[in-house]
Design a protein around this ligand. Structure first.
Ligand code: ZN
Ligand code: ZN
Length: 360
């Protein structure tokens, strides 16, 4: 990410702070800290003040912070919050924002206790997450690279799939290929489910063996340069039963209809509805138990959500997944997931992996 991009992001946040008459904002949620500073470590905090920002971390990150962060850095050998309070007192901050959904009661109490009575702590939610919904060109390029790596890892590992292999072995193979291709980590715990276990939308790989005839669901993602990817594909071992083929075709039709519905100015719920409408036509809508998709970026799940009640208007630069699925206990489930970016007049599907029914 070019350094100037972090400054632009902080400036946009400062404007919001000014509009809402906030004198300071204590940002502690790491993906938000990374978004505003470029810091990739595991302990750091940003204090936004009018016209300036101060980054705090501990001595383990002294060198790294100097390399990554362009705002002034304070290294605190002990707890950081008392230092934050000193900064805020010196700045004379009256209305101080903190991240409502990311701050512990303990942290709140520590801050409250160390600040003068005349200052107020204001719970803030979603400001930075809202900013993060619209990705810049370098961010879209980073997500694209993550998506492509993830697809390559899947395609390499899929060549090794054999009946009798354990779900956990296939998961290990997928993770191994991903790391070999340069991924920093999996974006989430790789999902591999075989046979009837595909009915569990978030199945953990087990020691169960892949059947000689049946479906396998693989849902995987990579982190690359801090950005997530996310894809689900079905593999069919042996000959796919006619019923499974019909269900697969219906889910694919729903997924394509949802992708077709993605364009600027459309509510996220309209995309969800597009998928549900097709599944209803196939009498499968009751088996679709989750939402159609989610935003992704520095986190694997971030706004906007693409669900039944979501009013967020899609805008160019948003990156979302489209992943309808149907699940039947004792039979199995089918999900197909791609990552798409909203463009000026529609969307681009970033995921290159084929969605043809893949039989092994
Ligand atoms: Zn997924
Ligand atoms: Zn997903």
């Amino acid at each position: 990410m070019p350094a100037s991009e972090f400054a632009l992001r902080r400036r946009a946040l400062e404007r919001r702070m000014a509009d809402e008459r906030l004198d300071a904002f204590v940002v502690s949620f790491l993906p938000n800290v990374r978004y505003l500073t470029g810091f990739t470590g595991s302990n750091g905090l940003l204090v936004m003040l009018p016209g300036r920002a101060v980054f705090l971390t501990d001595p383990r990150y002294r060198i790294q912070a100097a390399q990554e962060v362009e705002c002034p850095v304070q290294v605190a050998p002990g707890a950081m919050l008392p230092r934050v309070a000193v900064l805020l007192r010196r700045a004379g901050s009256r209305r101080i924002g903190f991240e409502r959904t990311r701050t512990t009661v303990d942290a709140f109490d520590t801050l409250r206790g160390a600040l003068p009575m005349r200052s107020s702590l204001e719970p803030i939610s979603g400001w930075i997450e809202h900013q993060r919904m619209i990705k810049s060109e370098p961010e879209i390029a980073a997500i694209q690279r993550s998506v492509e790596l993830n697809s390559r890892a899947f395609e390499q590992a899929a060549r090794h799939v054999r009946p009798g292999m354990r779900e956990s072995e296939l998961a290990a193979e997928l993770d191994y290929r991903s790391r070999r291709l340069g991924a920093e980590a999996p974006a989430f715990e790789t999902i591999v489910a075989a046979g009837t276990r595909t009915a569990l939308p978030h199945a953990r790989p087990t020691a169960a063996r892949l059947p000689s005839n049946g479906m396998i669901l693989v849902d995987m993602g990579a982190m690359l340069a801090g950005y997530a990817s996310d894809m689900t594909r079905m593999l069919f071992l042996g000959r796919a039963a006619p019923h499974a083929r019909r269900m697969y075709a219906a889910v694919l039709e729903a997924q394509l209809a949802a992708i077709d519905a993605v364009r600027p100015g459309v509510k996220a719920q309209a995309v969800d509805r597009a998928a549900r409408r097709i599944l209803a036509r196939h009498d499968l809508d009751r088996a679709f138990v989750h939402s159609t998709g989610h935003g992704l970026g520095l986190e694997i799940h971030e706004p906007p959500r693409v669900g039944k009640k979501e009013n967020t208007l899609l805008e160019p630069g948003m990156v979302i997944t489209i992943e309808p699925g149907v699940y039947f206990e004792d039979y199995g489930g089918i999900r197909i997931e791609d990552t798409v970016v909203v463009t000026a007049n529609g969307c681009n599907v970033l995921t290159p992996t084929s969605k043809d029914l893949h039989a092994i």
